[in-house]
Design a protein around this ligand. Sequence first.
Ligand SMILES: Cc1ncc(COP(=O)(O)O)c(C=O)c1O
Length: 439
Amino acid sequence: MSTRETTDRLSRQRTRLVPRGPYNSTPLFAETAFGAVVKDVEGRSFIDFAGGIGTMNVGHSHPKVVAAIRDQAEKYTHTCFHVVMYGPYLELADRICRLTPGNYDKMALWLNSGAEAVENAVKAARYFTGRPAVIALDHAFHGRTLLGMSLTAKVRPYKRGFGPFAPEVYRIPAPYCYRCSLGLEYPGCSTACAEALSLFLKTQLSAEDTAAFIAEPVLGEGGFIVPPKDYFQKVASICRENGIVFIADEIQSGFGRTGRMFALEHFEAEPDLITVAKSLAAGMPLSGVIGRKEILDAPHVGGLGGTFSGNPVSLRAALAVLDIFEEEDLLARARILGQRLRERFDEWAERYQIIGQVRGLGPMIGLELVKNRGTKEPAVEETARVVRLALEKGLILISCGTFGNVVRTLVPLVVSDEQLEQGLAVMEEAIAEADREAG
Ligand SMILES: Cc1ncc(COP(=O)(O)O)c(C=O)c1O
């Protein structure tokens, strides 16, 4: 029988043996996890609204994913694609090329982590264009590798002390309407932040030197920021006119998270490359770059890849994920979840002053918490308190945002109605308590 002592012993080992760098948003150690519920080593159950940071859209240990992993592991776990090729690599490439937005000939490259996908998208864009520079957004998150953190716009904890950063990374304002850095209001602003890309290419950086523009269709770590409807059409068109590769980073927003397979579909814009990871393979390490054949096929033989890239066990898990989306109509479920969450959160926003804004697409929704709705001062300690209180009451919740004041929902799409209600009840209690204390 596991007890409190088990957690304490593991905690001590964690502190002694593992650097503090990899943060832990809860003190829990997992025993099992199924669907939208995680059980810890003390036998306690938690409703999971974090889903391994958006990795578990099909739920923990889905039987189809487990069966695919087991079946593949019994055949072979690794031959290295560079040495002996295998079918699942191609099968997933074929299926994903048909699923991703973009009406053109596509190819797909498989890798391990999200950051590695971002690195490879930039490599291909640079090779194809023969240009060095990459433009990213304020409030962006693209990973923790050297290029990933250089593209990321959050100093703590991602950049501080880790310089020098990769060169030829530039930044423009983000379409963050709640805190518009241009001091404008949508729609009167005519999406001036998209035009900022045009201006940037005139005042700061030559288009002839710019390989790529990279953006998350819904900015994740930066605070679940949803750009205006016409934003991506505008920036995609500026990129097209200037021969710049438009990379949509769908690592967090992909695979049904926003109620569509990919978030960019909401914006009816066409990317040149898409990066995917997280929910692609239900927690197995797998990422990819999908996009225009001529861009991905440009780098010479041996220029892309890696020992573990496109591991067959992970690829089989990803194929199972795509089957689950079809068989269980998870996109429809995602849209229903999105509506339920949105209705509930909008009600809360009327009741609790601490909620400055509710925003999101589908079930990818964030609540930005503020001390004062007029000044919009970020409610940072209160946000941490909401997360802590929720955990005490049995709900795993995580925050995000450049200012650390956004509570985000990344609930597995297979969550049952009962589990959802249970989770929402706890979330409301935690917000109500933080609101009372703040007010
Ligand atoms: C939009 C986005 N890009 C890139 C990454 C990096 O992915 P990974 O942590 O797998 O390297 C993340 C991870 O949170 C992400 O949300």
